[in-house]
Ligand binder design. Structure first.
Ligand code: ATP
Length: 317
């Protein structure tokens, strides 16, 4: 990769969050969150709508003051050192603003000058345009670009100041598969060279691909944490999924973890099995229950299964 994306590592644990609470009146958006992100790693923050992801990112990027708790980014307190924190971080997502009337290149240069780069702003912008494959967009005004293209320029803008910590808030929503893969590769390069990344995403595949560690938020609390592999182990050995007629669901003589309507008369059921023998037993029960099935799949758990599992446990607790 280009050496210009090389970022110096300033602290071993650039993001530290201790007992973070954020309340909006009586509503507790975050209710005692603890987490750490080590330098050069990517933390994936996952959770259903309203879990607290955006609130967490807003606190980490100094846009929202915590109600209580200690939050340190790149060795600085987000509340008392907010201005200095802002200089050291990059943010992409719904809050970053690009000027609609300027071209992509002009926007990058403007961000560079605002970050104090002066004459280097032009050089840095050119490097990022090349590196992120934005040549076709460089001379076009932001107001003319598609949502996906704006996101790519937005990512470039967040990198102009060579941030030590990069916050990516749903960075690939709306991107086509090629652009998504290209962005993943850039994130890989950045972390390899010491940048620390905090990522929120709705795509579990994205978290699986990018995150070294994952924190799953549920109702403002950490419901699960670990590497993608550790989280998948929570679910168990194997997940059996099959599509059956919806009106046969009641005939199953074993409990299912999830049943999702995939057509007006078809449901996709999934069952967690501790080992291969139990998985085979589930298939045998489908046969003995005399339920016709299709698209049978026996696979290791995905992060989707982890989500279903945590949601089930949350509903039971
Ligand atoms: N400004 C606010 N005033 C009142 N309640 C808020 C405010 N911002 C967030 N909340 C509440 O805090 C909780 C967490 O919201 P947050 O936006 O952080 O969730 P999220 O995980 O980012 O959800 P989504 O995936 O839908 O963006 C929700 O219950 C939300 O309604």
């Amino acid at each position: 990769m280009s050496s210009t994306l090389l970022i110096p590592v300033r602290t071993a644990t650039p993001v530290v969050v201790e007992d973070l609470h954020v309340a909006f009146g009586k509503a507790r958006a975050l209710d005692g969150v603890d987490l750490e992100v080590r330098a050069g790693t990517t933390l994936g923050v996952l959770g259903h709508n309203g879990a607290g992801k955006t609130t967490l990112i807003k606190v980490l990027t100094t846009l929202l003051r915590p109600t209580t708790g200690r939050v340190v980014v790149d060795g600085l307190y987000v509340v008392t050192d907010a201005t200095a924190v802002r200089r050291r971080i990059g943010v992409t997502g719904q809050y970053a603003g690009l000027d609609e009337f300027l071209t992509a290149r002009e926007n990058l240069e403007l961000v560079g000058r605002l970050a104090g780069l002066r004459t280097q702003a032009r050089v840095r912008s050119g490097e990022l345009i090349d590196r992120l494959g934005l040549q076709d967009l460089a001379s076009r005004r932001i107001g003319e670009l598609s949502g996906g293209s704006r996101r790519r320029v937005d990512l470039a803008a967040s990198l102009v100041g060579s941030p030590s910590v990069l916050f990516l808030d749903e960075p690939t929503t709306g991107l086509d598969p090629l652009a998504r893969t290209a962005l993943w590769e850039v994130v890989d390069e950045l972390t390899t060279n010491g940048t620390t990344v905090v990522l929120t995403t709705q795509y579990l595949e994205e978290a699986d691909r990018l995150a070294d560690h994952i924190v799953v938020l549920n109702k403002g609390r950490v419901a699960a944490r670990g590497t993608p592999t550790q989280l998948k182990r929570i679910v168990g050995g194997k997940v059996v999924t099959a599509t059956i007629p919806a009106d046969r669901l009641h005939r199953l003589t074993f409990p299912t973890d999830a049943a999702r309507l995939v057509a007006s008369d078809q449901v996709r059921v999934s069952v967690t099995a501790n080992d291969a023998a139990t998985a085979a037993d589930v298939v045998a029960r489908l046969v003995s229950d005399d339920v016709e099935f299709s698209d049978l799949d026996i696979a290791s758990p995905s992060l989707d299964d982890v989500f279903t599992h945590i949601a089930l446990e949350g509903a039971l607790s």
